[in-house]
Design a protein around this ligand. Structure first.
Ligand code: NAG
Ligand code: NAG
Ligand code: NAG
Length: 459
């Protein structure tokens, strides 16, 4: 331990009593180059640390408090969860788990494919939505089935053929690629099949946390549990011809390679007038200074009555601004990169979670939050999914802009007119900037911030 550094920290009584001035912090850290997890590291602003990219092991030291870990450790987990080991000083109170990784889900392995799920059983806070990650190799089929829940899906990789039947008796067939979506309302029968050289992988989302991929209504399962005499009557066939049908469900299995949609369309059957599929690339993004968001809900994808979604790309150092969703829990799936998210749950309760590719996060409706791009080596790409017909959010920035300035001043800066003036100048007129670029490191902010800092130090 850096005894001298620790001693010098203790020798700064102001630090432990009140928020330190910028000058004190600067002096304290001047010329000290060491890990942000060192006992003598001081950061009153709780900056993010990408411990994985920097090869740092998080330690439970924060601003002069804490000590070493003596017991057993799972260092890889700790590196993935730096804000659990050393949470920001603003975290407080009890909050249930809001993170799960598909890496912790059981994988069901089948012929040419696999599937794993994150439901309320894996993550108890995931009670509005369940997610399934599925892979089907070339020609591999997720067999004809239906279920009580509606199904929304996002193609993560490769190509997939989907078939469905609508409730007006129209047949539907389409081929999808990475970034495309589908939605099957509750009870609508459908199938999926991997195309292309390597088949496909996708994320399925169901509008109930209690969904189980193990309990869908499957064609072969039904046939196997119906008397052959009844099948014979139903299909107008001698029962002898039904002797060799499967004895149990096939679920995921190697199928033959499909022909083109045109070749395979059931000609004698009426075609569906509905669109069960959607190309997310077609969506006009909400462009922010630090990235963009594409929103898909029933306003642009009419059939998707129970699921609304946003696809976010967050630039270097940028963040999805502070906001909340009034109408549903957010269920996020991280496609690329790493993120830091603090969830504010009222009653002085807040907890910070770190997420990375393959993780699922839940943010209950109305709880305030942000998403920071933590990763220095990978883009941050995330899906926000809601059990709702519309995507809705409230921006804290815009709320401050929409409120009479006097009210804002009285709430936040009653004793600090200078800071009030600067704050109100920033928010004036709102931002409509849902993903904000990093301000502190931008060249234009540099000079302006230096000036403001010097003024702050003089106060
Ligand atoms: C299929 O997978 C192989 C092996 O991972 C890879 O080399 C090839 O580029 C992939 N093909 C396509 C079309 O993605
Ligand atoms: C289906 O989507 C296509 C464009 O992707 C559009 O032209 C067509 O009008 C849509 N049909 C319905 C019934 O919404
Ligand atoms: C996230 O930030 C890192 C660096 O902070 C950057 O390399 C990466 O490209 C960013 N993600 C996106 C989507 O731009």
């Amino acid at each position: 331990m850096h005894i001298t550094a620790l001693a010098s920290l203790l020798a700064l009584p102001a630090l432990s009593l009140a928020a330190p001035t910028v000058k004190q912090v600067k002096q304290h850290t001047l010329g000290v180059k060491h890990s942000p997890y060192a006992p003598d590291h001081y950061d009153p602003y709780d900056r993010k640390v990408d411990s994985q990219a920097e090869g740092l092991h998080p330690e439970p030291f924060r601003n002069g408090k804490g000590t070493t870990v003596l017991g057993p450790r799972n260092r890889m987990r700790e590196q993935q969860d730096p804000d659990m080991v050393r949470p920001p000083s603003t975290d407080h109170g009890a909050m249930p788990a809001m993170r799960w990784s598909f890496a912790d889900s059981h994988t069901r392995i089948e012929e040419g494919g696999w599937t794993r799920q994150t439901t309320v059983r894996e993550l108890p806070s995931s009670n509005q939505i369940a997610g399934v990650n599925m892979r089907l190799d070339k020609g591999v089929i997720r067999e004809l089935h239906w279920h009580k829940e509606a199904e929304w899906a996002y193609v993560l990789s490769g190509e997939v053929r989907v078939t469905a039947l609508d409730s007006d008796g129209g047949s539907f067939i389409d081929d999808l690629k990475e970034g495309d979506l589908w939605y099957f309302p509750s009870g609508h029968p459908h199938s999926l099949q991997g195309l292309g050289e390597n088949g496909t992988e996708f994320l399925l989302v169901f509008d109930s946390g209690g969904f189980s991929e193990e309990s869908t209504f499957i064609l072969t399962d039904w046939l196997a549990h119906t008397p052959k005499a009844v099948l014979s009557e139903n299909f107008r066939l001698p029962p002898e011809l039904l002797e060799h049908i499967p004895l149990s469900e096939k679920y995921i299995f190697q199928g033959s390679i499909p022909g083109s949609i045109d070749e395979e369309k059931p000609r004698a059957f009426k075609q569906s007038k509905l669109n069960f599929t959607f190309n997310m690339l077609d969506v006009e993004p909400r462009v922010g200074s630090g990235g963009e968001a594409k929103i898909v809900d029933s306003t642009n994808f009419p059939i998707s009555k129970t699921i609304a979604a946003g696809h976010l790309s967050i630039n270097p150092g940028a963040m999805r601004e502070m906001h909340w969703h009034p109408n549903a829990d957010e269920w996020s799936f991280f496609i690329r990169g790493r993120a830091r998210v603090t969830i504010f749950a009222a009653e002085g309760t807040a907890r910070t979670f770190d997420y990375q590719a393959g993780d699922v996060g839940v943010i209950p409706a109305n709880m305030g939050h942000f998403i920071e791009n933590l990763s220095n080596d990978e883009p941050l790409e995330v899906l926000e999914i809601f059990r709702a017909d519309r995507f809705m959010d409230f921006s804290l920035f815009d709320w401050m802009a929409a409120t009479p300035q006097r009210l804002v001043r009285d709430h936040i800066f009653a004793n600090h007119p200078k800071a009030a003036k600067e704050f109100l100048k920033r928010v004036e007129g709102g931002g409509k900037d849902v993903i904000k670029k990093q301000y502190y490191k931008s060249p234009e902010a540099g000079k302006e911030l230096e000036d403001l800092r010097e003024e702050a130090e003089e106060l």
